[in-house]
Design a binder for this molecule. Structure first.
Ligand code: HOZ
Length: 432
């Protein structure tokens, strides 16, 4: 087993200074036990921890690093911008350039507003939907995660589910009362709800492919029902594409599925590894945002020049040299390799993947249960996932530190990297 003395010491120090020693609970390794690794640097598809161990990176900063770490085009754009200034609190032409790139890429977006994170994008989209429709109620799905927005931190996925606080203390009963939670992929429940009270619902928020309870795909019927029912009742359909935007394809999950939401939230890749989020959609809805309209939303660092430069360079690189076929080829091989490794070891597992996002759900068996929503995702054998996670760490593979987070790989991963990862999975599963 590796020695991790420096990470251990760094974590002990951080815990004295920062709650739980981390600035976001997703990093705390609470879902796998043990202590988080502290990192010193990253390049391409690799991470190096402060004890000097190198890992193939399968989280990519939880999604943003689709081009790999320190991509030359992105680094050059940041350096060039840095030479001019870091923040003005005033408009720049680059913001319109990034807006043009987003609008050209994402089918449903006619106008877009930049913020500093995916959480802010979701929070702002909710306020806008309520302001536009004059209604209070929201609908979300169990295990979907839309950042740490009060009204959406109900039956939430990601670290909220991993660490057992899907409904966080501090959310008032009044706030939670306006949020209706349904099971993902449950068409009947959706129809029943909209039949009964569609006219009271401001927004239906959903991850069009879920990454925050592990990877879960929507059925065609479910997506069609979401679009049709919201349209009929005057509810805004909001796709959270913070994870899937520019990742599953240049136009995101909505491009793949051919479903057009009213609003879309973006984060992660849109900022190229720096803090940037965005929300956008129908022009008539977006024109309700202040100062065009009356729905308030603001931010000192919203549209920050460095983040905009990183986002522009990332999107231009994805547009000019699309990596999506290569990511799909690598994803197909990884999926097949993991599935075969589990079968060979007699480990019951459901493997779900779209493009460069994937989850192997460890199950208790004997039968493998398809994972369609939180009810089935939450049946996972998380102890077995934790065992696999640490065995992969010892073999130099850095996977998400929770059963309930999708893995991401980058355009920098090579054929040899994918094969090495599969070999590590075979050995880790056989060694249990
Ligand atoms: N949104 C990320 C994946 N669920 C987690 C990032 C974080 O909370 O640190």
């Amino acid at each position: 087993m590796q020695t991790r003395h420096r990470s251990h010491a760094a974590f002990a120090r951080a815990k004295e200074l920062i709650p739980g020693g981390v600035n976001s609970p997703a990093r705390a390794f609470g879902g796998v036990g043990g202590e988080p690794l502290f990192f010193a640097s990253a390049l391409g598809q690799r991470l190096t921890d402060i004890d000097g161990h190198s890992y193939l990176d399968y989280i990519g900063s939880w999604g943003p690093m689709i081009l790999g770490h320190r991509h030359p085009r992105v680094v050059a754009a940041i350096e060039e911008t840095l030479g001019k200034g870091m923040s003005y609190g005033a408009p720049t032409e680059a913001e319109s350039h990034l807006a043009e790139l987003i609008i050209a890429a994402v089918p449903s977006i006619e106008k877009v507003r930049m913020v500093s994170s995916g959480t802010e994008a979701a929070m702002s989209a909710v306020r806008l939907a309520r302001g536009f429709t004059g209604r209070d109620k929201l609908v979300k799905f169990a295990g979907n995660y839309h950042g740490h927005v009060d009204s959406l931190l109900v039956a939430a996925g990601s670290s909220a589910a991993t660490l057992g606080v899907p409904n966080s203390p501090g959310i008032t009963a009044g706030t939670a009362a306006d949020t209706i939670v349904l099971e993902y992929n449950d068409v009947e429940a959706l129809e029943t709800l909209f039949k009964r009270s569609g006219g009271e619902i401001a927004a239906l928020l959903m991850e069009p492919v879920v990454g925050n309870m592990g990877l879960v795909t929507p059925s065609r019927e479910f997506l069609t029902a979401a679009r049709t029912l919201t349209h009929t009742s005057g509810t805004l359909l909001v796709f959270d594409e913070v994870m899937t935007g520019f990742r599953l394809s240049y136009g995101g999950a909505q491009e793949i599925h051919g479903v057009t939401p009213d609003l879309t939230t973006l984060g992660k890749i849109v900022g190229g590894g720096l803090p940037l989020g965005a929300y956008g959609g129908r022009r008539d809805v977006m024109d309700h945002v202040l100062p065009a309209g009356k729905v308030f939303q603001a931010g000192t660092l919203a549209g920050n020049p460095l983040a905009v430069a990183a986002g522009m360079a990332t999107l231009e690189e994805l547009r000019d040299n699309p990596p999506y076929e290569r990511l799909e080829r690598h994803g197909r091989r990884l999926e097949q390799g993991f599935r075969e490794a589990a079968a060979a070891a007699g480990v019951p597992a459901w493997v779900a993947r779209v493009g460069s996002m994937m989850t192997m759900f460890f199950q208790h068996g004997p039968d493998v249960v398809p994972v369609r929503g939180w009810k089935t995702a939450s049946l996972s054998d998380t102890a077995r996932y934790a065992d696999f996670f640490w065995k992969m760490i010892d073999r130099g593979i850095y996977l998400p530190c929770s059963q309930y987070e999708a893995l991401f790989f980058s355009a920098a991963h090579t054929d040899a990297d994918i094969e090495a990862t599969i070999a590590a999975a075979v050995a880790s599963l056989a060694a249990r």
